[in-house]
Design a protein around this ligand. Structure first.
Ligand code: PMP
Length: 350
């Protein structure tokens, strides 16, 4: 007999590669091209390594208070984790505990089905329309929970708050998670709805708009009841999720609202410039509200363009999956990086 029959076997999520070539242009994992706020660097410099012998605050109180302040909610409505991946995983484990299927789009963040498989949560995917928009009616039927990213990834499409509210209001018996990883690039958040709907959990991250993917800080805001249940599961799993470093830098980043506004506005401006240039080269794409564009070319195949860009040391993301295997997901970098991308593409698709 083999011990292997007792093993929980999973097909893991595959993160975008993290190459480290000199001079490369890295537009493949939706990171921010700018450094975090200078206040983050100050906080790191002020850190006393001697303090690391002590555990971090398991309640992450100071970071949670700063988030509550920034988003105008009570600290009892805020939860933090090791990136929004950790927050989402805890939320799946906590809230999706039904025999009925959890619903999410077919083209979406490819971690959702991985968590569902890992936690043995039944799920059903709801195909997006041909233009990649969400058909809200798909989410108005019996279910064990709902997760929708807004803007969606990898399409970048933004759903109107009113439509999402219909889904939240129609499902008082399940938890609706809105994954707002990319909301700070011009989208309108459903956050104000948490006061009205106890079943709504909004998840956001410091990884994109606060330029801190490497610090691993994500958070959720919802009703006191949801946050209490989420904490019960978290404290049954790992009490000290947030290190002293991440608590300190997270707090520091929240102190610099001006910097946050400045870099997100800059990325939006560069995104709009990139859309015009891509369109001029024969690319089409859903109208992105995120820090990436999901583009397909009228003549040249995405896989070929992906490989040709890579040869030029420009990394973008390609998913060899049904319906999207002729698209490239291109993260918005600095204006200079995007100019280099456009110039390479001009050469590749000519
Ligand atoms: N949600 C979506 C839709 C994402 O694209 C990502 C980034 N991979 C995440 C959540 C997780 O990001 P992080 O764990 O860095 O907060």
């Amino acid at each position: 007999m083999s011990f292997e029959h007792n093993i929980r076997r999973v097909v893991p999520y595959v993160p975008g590669e993290q190459p480290n070539q000199p001079g490369m242009i890295k537009l493949n994992t939706n990171e921010c091209p700018y450094p975090p706020s200078p206040k983050v660097e100050e906080a790191l410099k002020e850190m006393d390594a001697g303090q690391l012998r002590l555990y971090s605050d398991p309640t992450a109180a100071e970071l949670i208070d700063a988030l509550a302040d920034r988003y105008g909610v009570d600290p009892a409505q805020v939860f933090v984790g090791v990136g929004s991946d950790d927050v989402l995983a805890m939320a799946f484990l906590t809230f999706f505990n039904s025999e009925k299927p959890v619903l999410f789009p077919d083209i979406t963040y490819s971690f959702y089905d991985v968590w569902a498989e890992l936690f043995r949560i039944p799920y059903q995917i709801c195909p997006l329309r041909d233009d990649f928009s969400i058909d809200i009616e798909d989410y108005i039927r019996p279910n064990g929970g709902i997760v929708i990213p807004n803007p969606n990834a990898p399409t970048g499409l933004l759903e109107a708050v009113g439509n999402l509210e219909k889904v939240i209001a129609a499902n008082p018996d399940s938890v609706v998670i809105i994954d707002e990883a990319y909301i700070d690039f011009g989208g309108k958040s459903v956050l104000p709805l948490v006061e009205q709907y106890e079943n709504l959990l909004v998840v956001q991250t410091f990884s994109k708009s606060r330029a801190m993917a490497g610090a691993r800080i994500g958070f959720a805001i919802g009703s006191r009841k949801l946050i209490r249940y989420l904490n019960d599961v978290k404290f049954s799993f790992n009490s000290y999720t947030m290190s002293r470093m991440s608590l300190a830098v997270g707090r520091a980043a929240l102190e610099d609202e001006d910097y946050f506004q400045k870099i997100t506005a800059k990325i939006v401006e560069t995104r709009e410039w990139t859309k015009r240039e891509l369109a001029a080269l024969g690319f089409s794409f859903p109208d992105s509200y995120a820090n990436f564009i999901f583009a397909t070319h009228e003549r040249v195949g995405a896989e070929r363009i992906f490989a040709a860009l890579r040869e030029r040391n420009i990394y973008v993301r390609y998913f060899k999956k049904p319906r999207i295997d002729n698209y490239l997901r291109i993260t918005i970098g600095t204006p200079e990086q995007m100019e280099a991308l456009i110039s390479a593409l001009r050469d590749i698709v000519k």
